[in-house]
Every structure is written in C-alpha cells, then in structure tokens.
Design a protein around this ligand. Structure first.
Ligand SMILES: Cc1cc2nc3c(=O)[nH]c(=O)nc-3n(C[C@H](O)[C@H](O)[C@H](O)COP(=O)(O)O)c2cc1C
Length: 571
C-alpha cells in the first residue's frame, strides 16, 4: 500500500504533493438557518469588543513564541532562518515510535466494553446536556467510564498496513500526519499512563493522593511531529491535543461528567508528577473530570516514577526554537492564578449552548459519532445543507470550558464559503458572538479555498473551510507566550468539534494546513490563522471503527489516497 501513509504537507512545501506523498528521501535545507447572515462589506467592524490590554507579570515567553511563529509560517521567509535546524523530514531510519511503552511494567487492563450514553449526539454537541446532568454526576468516575472516555478521546480505532506490513494506527481523534504526539496520564490517588493499543493503564506512582477528582494530564512528544514538520510541529502539539479534547469533552458531556480544561498550570510540578523531562516530552494541558481539588506536590517532593519508558526514537532531534518556546512559556506555581485572572480581560464572550439542528437522528449517540469519524480524504463538490454550516459552526465555536478563556473564547473564525444552501460564496468573518460579516464575495471561492490551504484540493472541494484565528498582539501582551499555547489548544478543540458536528449531520471534515499571511490578507484581518478545517459532503466514508483493544483492519485506504493524489492534478 504505497500511498497509505496519511500525512499533510511537511515543513518543506511540495506544491503538488498530496497528503500521503511523504517523499521521505528529501533533504530539507533550512530555512440555525442562514437567516442571521449579513453581507456587509468590510469597513464595518463586527468583531467582539475586547477590554483594553492589561499588562500582567505573566507575559513571559512572548519573544520566544514570536520567533517560533515567525519562523514557521507557510509562504513567508522565516524571521530567524539561522535558528532553524537542518534535518531530513520523515527520515525513515529515525522514525519515532508511535506509542509510548514501558517495557518493565505490567499494564492493568481497563474494561473493554464501552459505556453507552443516553442523550442524542446533536443535543450534546449543542451544549444542551452537560448542564442539566452536572449535579447528579459530580462523583468520582469508575473504571468503566474512565476507559470509555479514554478510548473515545485517544483510543486506537483502525489500522492500515505499510507496504512492509508495519501497522499505521488510526485513532479516535484526528492528528496532523497521523503522528499522534499526545500522551495521556490519569491522576487521582495514583498516577497511571494510558496505553491505547491494549487499552490499559501502566502504574507510575501509588498513593500520591494528588487529585480528588480524576485529572487527566495531556503531554506532547515534540519529535513525533517535528520529525515531519520541523519547528512548526510545536503548534501541532496543541492542535492535536485540542482535537482529542473535543472528543473527550463531548463524551464527558454525554455522560454528565463536568470537565474543565486547564492551560495554566505549574509545568515543572506536572512534569515531575508524570515522570517526563519537560523537553522531549512536555506537559500540554490538564483536564479535571468531576469536582475536587488538585494538590500538585513541588517537584522536589517527588522521587522518580517507578517505570522506565522506551526511547522515542533512535536519535531524538531537538529543535532549539521549540525547546525555547516551551521553556519560556512555562508557568511557576505562584503565577498560575494571576495568569488565569488576566485571561478574563482577553477572552471574548461566546454562547454556551446553541439550538440543536432539525433532522439529526435522535438515536445517534456521541460515541457513535466519534466511532464513525475519520478525516474526509475526498469531498464531493456539492451544495451542503444550511445546518452543516450554521449549526456546525455554532456548535463548534461555543464557549470552551478552558481556564484561558473564562469569558468564552480566545478566537474568531474566518470562513470561506464555497457552496452552502442560502449563503453567498466568499470569505466571511464570524465572531465569537455569532455575527457574520462578509468580507469578500467570490465566484471562484473554491479556487481560493484550495489556494489558501497550501494548494490542497480538500481546502476547495469542501462546502466551506474555516480558519480558526486569533489576534496575537493583545493575546501575547496579556497572556504572554502561554496565551499562544492556549489559543492553539482552543483552535484544535474547535476543529475537533467541527468534525463531530459534520459527522452528526452526515457530512465530513478534515484539519488542514494553510498559508498564514495569505489567509489574513484574503479575509482582510489582522488576526493570524491558527488552524484550518474543511467541512463538506464526503465522497468516501471511513470504515467503521473497532472497539477498545480491537482496531478494525483497513483495506482500500491506499486506493483512497491514490485518488486524493490524482486530485492535485485537477484544476
Ligand atoms: C491539526 C491537523 C492538521 C491537518 N492537516 C492536514 C493537511 O494539511 N492535509 C490533509 O490532507 N490532512 C490533514 N489533517 C488530517 C490528518 O491527516 C488525519 O487526521 C490523519 O491522517 C489521521 O486520520 P483520521 O483523522 O482519519 O484518524 C490534519 C489533521 C489535524 C488534526
């Protein structure tokens, strides 16, 4: 299966190279209805009003993040070319292990039966379920529910084979290049690592009594994704974590488990707790499931974890811009509360609920939606029904339970509409408050969409493509480089939610990469695009997923990828 390696464009752009054509031998040289639509042209500012920028002590890491951002944009020369690492992207002789393993420790199996949820998926994704059941479910979650949540967030669902017969694991959430750099640790009285392949937990610490509720720690292994994307891979850590969180939050909502995501936490204490070095594996986010305190011991108070992990790769490359951006955006324990307080002034209000769409299957459950999801590899160029955009975007951009966005959101959304019932094709700015402003009407919107997405056909064949975006100046001035991390995390959550909403309505979606500056210019905005998501009418559908410990073998994935490759030659 020559073309079955699912990958987006890596660091060195290949103008006509599809997702999948990895070209590993190449050496990179450095370097509701649509009734609420307005068709006002630019000039009228419909963006949410933001409070004046408040400067706090928590502005660390801005310079480091700006250096990384400016050196990893597609389509512009890097701002710090001398600081980029010369390396061979996708070096097949130094491929990172796709899964973290601890060879000397016996994992404890989790129940393999998925716990069914009761509410319709469309209600859950509209934010209509969590609040009503919250009070009844503030207890600690049991193993069966924990296993269900972990599988729906990060489980292995499908497997394809390389020409040599090696497995390529697909998982319940999407991930750029299918590289899955995110790991999950479960913290309560003990600390465990989640092993998706055998759906089990590896014990790392016993009797630490750190968290009254179950707290999940999400970490990222930079080299797993930088192996392909170089320094831009640092952004991918948060995108991929966000996509995983979209599934987790939806599943938690469906089971009435209150979930709170924390982007502000003391990095050193969290790293020590789960036994990572904070460089080759870094803490990304915490998720509290249920109610209760988290008491993180100081790093000095903890001994090393009992389990030894296998190395990530034969030779783990470090990228100085990545190492620096990560280190400089770390928070000390005494700065966390101030950082979260500052987030109040920079986040904008967003609705917590939206009206569920008419016509969604009332028997469909969130777990069904997640197990049907797989990134769309081919879109049909057809008109999409209005709810795919109006409800899909509304459900995806609802307020996130994220400490960095206490008012609702850090983002705005730039939408290129190609063919949606009732909507004029062109570029729109969609604000957190739900208003639309048309910036540019385009008869050739499909062509523009493809161009913006690094010339990938998926970007224009979709019914619409959304760019999650943020104004970096106020964000960085208020929340420092840590705000950049949080905004990327939220962008990933929105992308993941868009995919779930699309699948709920019978549509499909995929994350995409993009030309940074070109997108801002096209939409006439000072906001920087953080991630792109294409949504539309799928031409092919992924095979149904397997269940915990039993992924489904994919056949025909290579053929789909060959057809995707052929689309690059279509005008
Ligand atoms: C942040 C992000 C960026 C992505 N970028 C691209 C892209 O540029 N081109 C593409 O074809 N797919 C892209 N994808 C889709 C991934 O290739 C896909 O998720 C991966 O192959 C795993 O497949 P699955 O989503 O079906 O599980 C992206 C996904 C994410 C989460």
């Amino acid at each position: 299966m020559g073309a079955c390696q699912p990958d987006g464009p890596g660091r060195t752009r290949r103008a006509h190279s599809p997702e999948g054509a990895n070209n590993p031998g190449r050496l990179s040289w450095r370097h509701p209805t649509c009734a609420g639509w307005s068709t006002r042209r630019s000039g009228t500012h419909a963006l949410p009003r933001r409070a004046p920028v408040v400067h706090t002590a928590a502005v660390d890491g801005r310079t480091a993040v700006e250096a990384l951002h400016g050196s990893t944009t597609h389509g512009e020369p890097p701002t710090h070319p001398d600081r980029l690492v010369r390396f061979r992207p996708l070096d097949p002789t130094n491929r990172p292990a796709p899964l973290k393993t601890y060879p000397d420790v016996e994992p404890v199996p989790l129940p393999r039966e998925l716990r069914p949820s009761a509410a319709p998926a469309a209600d859950v994704l509209s934010g209509r379920v969590a609040t009503s059941q919250e009070a009844a479910n503030s207890r600690k979650i049991d193993e069966g529910l924990l296993g269900t949540l972990l599988f729906l967030a990060a489980g292995i669902t499908r497997v394809a084979r390389t020409a040599g017969g090696d497995p390529l694991w697909f998982r319940s959430a999407m991930s750029a290049g299918n590289l899955h750099p995110v790991e999950i640790y479960v913290v309560d009285d003990d600390v465990h690592h989640y092993q998706p392949l055998n759906h089990a937990l590896v014990p790392l610490r016993r009797g630490v009594h750190v968290s009254d509720a179950v707290t999940l720690v999400l970490t990222g292994i930079p080299f797993r994704t930088c192996w392909k994307y170089g320094e831009r891979g640092w952004r991918h850590l948060w995108w991929d974590a966000g996509a995983l969180l979209a599934n987790l939050l939806a599943a938690a909502d469906a089971h009435g488990v209150p979930a709170q995501v924390m982007a502000g936490f003391p990095d050193a204490a969290v790293s020590a707790l789960v036994g990572i070095d904070g460089v080759d594996e870094v803490p990304l986010a915490l998720v509290r499931l249920g109610h209760g305190d988290l008491r993180l011991p100081s790093p000095d108070a903890l001994g090393p974890v009992v389990a030894r992990a296998d190395p990530v790769a034969r030779h783990v490359l470090r990228f100085p811009l990545v190492v620096e951006a990560q280190a400089e955006t770390a928070l000390h324990a005494d700065a966390v509360a101030g950082w979260r307080e500052a987030a109040r002034t920079v986040s904008a209000p967003a609705p917590t609920t939206v009206e569920p769409p008419s016509g969604a299957d009332p028997d469909d459950r969130v777990e069904d939606v997640i197990l049907r999801r797989g990134s769309t590899r081919l879109f049909r160029r057809e008109r999409a029904p209005a709810p795919l955009l109006a409800w899909g975007l509304g459900a995806a951009t609802r307020a996130v339970p994220l400490d960095a966005a206490p008012a609702g959101t850090l983002l705005e959304h730039l939408v290129n509409v190609h063919d949606v019932e009732g909507a004029e094709p062109g570029g729109y700015r969609h604000t957190a408050a739900g208003t639309w402003e048309m910036h540019v009407a385009r008869e050739d919107a499909r062509r523009a969409g493809r161009r913006l997405c690094l010339d990938q056909p998926l970007g224009g064949d979709s019914a619409y493509t959304v760019f999650q975006a943020a104004r970096l100046d106020p964000l960085l001035a208020t929340l420092g480089g840590r705000g950049y991390r949080a905004a990327h995390l939220e962008a990933g959550i929105v992308a993941g939610r868009l995919a779930l909403a699309a699948v709920t309505l019978g549509g499909g979606a995929t994350g995409l990469t993009f030309y940074d500056g070109l997108v801002s210019r096209y939409f006439g905005t000072g906001a920087a695009p953080l991630l792109a998501t294409a949504v539309g009418v799928p031409e092919t559908r992924p095979a149904p997923s397997g269940t915990p410990g039993r992924p489904v073998e994919l056949s025909g994935y290579g053929r789909v990828m060959d057809r995707l490759a052929a689309r690059f030659n279509r005008p």
